[in-house]
Design a binder for this molecule. Structure first.
Ligand code: PEP
Ligand code: MG
Length: 324
């Protein structure tokens, strides 16, 4: 099986009925690029920049960040690279910021909330990204967006930094897409409105499931509630994809669900454009998609959206895709 998959490394991702989707990789550092190449990643769908900030005693400088972003953009040779701005907080702490302990860190001061408040940190990162933008196909993504004001504020800061750089004669790409993670239910519900202003969505199911089901993603005792195929999740995912397409935008997914064997047929059927996953899942997913008809999966997806439970959906997908 592995040998069969290996043949797909340099192949596009095409369904049995000839429909293309993009399989991208989630990375944490420029060192991960080798794995992306070896596994046939068509892009980077999520570059988690937190690692630049973690395991050290102070914030990374603009120059350090610029080097890392440039390395990833150059390394991907013009293929799309979605860089997520700092998503610290929740399960990812930065001791040197000396933030007060919170009762509910997953619902607290984190990610874009922190960045819009501590703008020096945010602006430094954005400048590093803008300077690196001419070295490849950069797309910038804001994490944990919960409402339109946040997106508009973040985008305005980005525009300010871009304008300042241009005024100082620094070259900046003029076709950087700016999008958001959809990982908070309020944003999924408002996707039709967001879609008019963002360039793309990437659905972060790791958090979207946790927040929709009110089940801490780190807590074993409630892990039975962590239900990716629950129709509640699938309906939100559909809303996001449909909203994007209605405005001519693209929708991706960068949560674990994007590479999940049961979820992939549903997501293909719902029309997801980009699937971003651990590099080691890409060839398996490409092989799976090559054996699926998107038209048939569309019908299946419409059906599973009417089912009542996570298990019911799982069963139907297994039968429909002859996994049992
Ligand atoms: C997500 O929430 O689905 C996601 C991709 O981000 P992270 O796992 O880094 O929170
Ligand atoms: Mg997340």
């Amino acid at each position: 099986q592995k040998a069969e998959w290996a043949k797909l490394v340099n192949e596009p991702t095409v369904s049995k009925d000839g429909e293309h989707v993009e399989l991208a990789a989630n990375i944490g550092t420029p060192n991960d690029l080798e794995g992306v190449k070896n596994n046939g990643g068509e892009g980077v769908g999520l570059y988690r920049t937190e690692f630049l900030y973690m395991g050290r005693d102070e914030l990374p400088t603009e120059e350090e960040q610029f080097k890392a972003y440039k390395a990833v953009l150059e390394g991907m040779e013009g293929k799309p690279v979605v860089v997520r701005t700092l998503d610290i907080g929740g399960d990812k702490e930065l001791p040197y910021l000396n933030l007060p302990k919170e009762m509910n860190p997953f619902l607290g001061y984190r990610a874009i909330r922190l960045c819009l408040d501590e703008q020096d940190i945010f602006r430094t990162q954005l400048r590093a990204l803008l300077k690196a933008s001419t070295f490849g196909n950069l797309k910038i993504m804001f994490p944990m967006i919960s409402n339109l004001d946040e997106f508009r504020a973040a985008k305005a800061v980005l525009e300010e930094e871009k304008k300042a750089l241009l005024e100082n004669g620094v070259e900046v790409s003029d076709h950087i897409e700016v999008g958001i993670m959809v990982e908070i239910p309020s944003t999924a519900v408002m996707a039709d409105v967001f879609a008019k202003e963002v360039d793309f969505f990437s659905i972060g199911t790791n958090d979207l499931i946790q927040y929709t089901m009110a089940a801490d993603r780190m807590n074993e005792r409630v892990s039975y509630l962590y239900q990716p195929y629950n129709p509640a999740i699938l309906r939100l995912v559909k809303m996001v994809i449909d909203a994007a397409h209605k405005e001519g935008k693209w929708a991706g997914m960068c949560g674990e669900m994007a590479g999940d064997e049961i979820a992939v047929p549903i997501l293909l059927g719902l029309g997801l454009d980009e699937f971003s996953m651990s590099a080691t899942s890409i060839l398996r997913a490409r092989s799976q998609i090559s054996n699926l008809s998107k038209a048939e999966m569309k019908e299946m997806a419409e059906h599973v959206l009417t089912l009542d439970t996570n298990d019911a959906v799982q069963e139907v997908v297994k039968k429909a895709t002859s996994m049992e």
